[in-house]
Design a protein around this ligand. Structure first.
Ligand code: FES
Length: 244
């Protein structure tokens, strides 16, 4: 049976880089032109229902304007947190009389580390003795912290990302730990630059560290380099998010 394609735009309606809100299969969708290619995607973020209508498009991906999840325009695959499931994508055809969009192609329903395409094998596994931790490797390379006592890492485990309800250590957000007798400096990242919980996470990390015995000051340095990728999460965090 041939699936029905619907006329959704005139050929000259979308200049390069333009987009149009349409409906496909009675679902709100977004028709986007990138160079000479057209994409039709579900216009609802899988994370929390935000329309993707105004999301920036770059390198074949659209970013949710609310919390920064990114989706592949071609496959609907989620490319970063906080989205863990995909959005629907639709077939698009350019015909003589206009642009047609049709039934859903199967969306990627969840992401995996391989799907995200990161080459970093930095699974943060402070709680998993069988694997090396990104935190441990970085800190030990610096010779700056003895992770055997785990006090700093354990303190940081008290800081929970309110979007995902997982602590920042198991999420793999902590990149490096440096400390002296009275000061601690943490290099850490966020799941996305637009993470609305960023200020809260930073404040809580500072607070828990400054409660450690002898510590007078904790500095939290935020970095987006390298950008966080889901493969930094511990297996425990993956289980909690239902990612396998
Ligand atoms: S609603 Fe889109 S990332 Fe949260």
């Amino acid at each position: 049976m041939t699936a029905t394609m619907e006329l959704v735009a005139a050929i000259d309606e979308l200049p390069v880089g333009a987009r149009k809100s349409i409906f496909v299969d009675d679902l709100p969708a977004l028709l986007i032109r990138v160079a000479d290619e057209y994409f039709a995607i579900e216009d609802v973020c899988s994370h929390d229902g935000q329309p993707l209508t105004d999301g920036p498009v770059q390198a074949g991906q659209i970013t949710c304007p609310r919390h920064g999840a990114r989706f592949d325009l071609r496959t609907g695959k989620p490319m970063c947190m906080p989205a863990t499931s995909g959005i629907a994508v639709f077939a698009v055809e350019c015909r003589e009389d206009g642009i047609y969009a049709g039934p859903k192609a199967a969306a990627e329903t969840s992401f995996s580390a391989a799907a995200v395409g990161s080459t970093t094998a930095a699974t943060a596994t402070v709680s998993n003795p069988s694997a090396a931790s990104a935190v441990a490797r970085e800190a030990q390379a610096n010779g700056d912290v003895d992770l055997d006592d785990g006090a700093i890492i354990d303190a940081l485990r008290q800081v929970i990302d309110p979007e995902l309800m997982i602590n920042i250590v198991d999420l793999g957000l902590v990149y490096a730990v440096n400390h002296g007798e009275k000061k601690i400096q943490i290099d850490m990242t966020l799941t996305s630059p637009a993470c609305p919980a960023g200020p809260q996470i930073v404040q809580q990390a500072k607070m828990v560290l400054e409660k450690l015995p002898g510590i007078e000051e904790a500095q939290i340095k935020l970095t987006m380099t390298p950008p966080w990728t889901p493969d930094r999460m511990t297996d425990e965090a993956r289980d909690q998010l239902g990612i396998f």
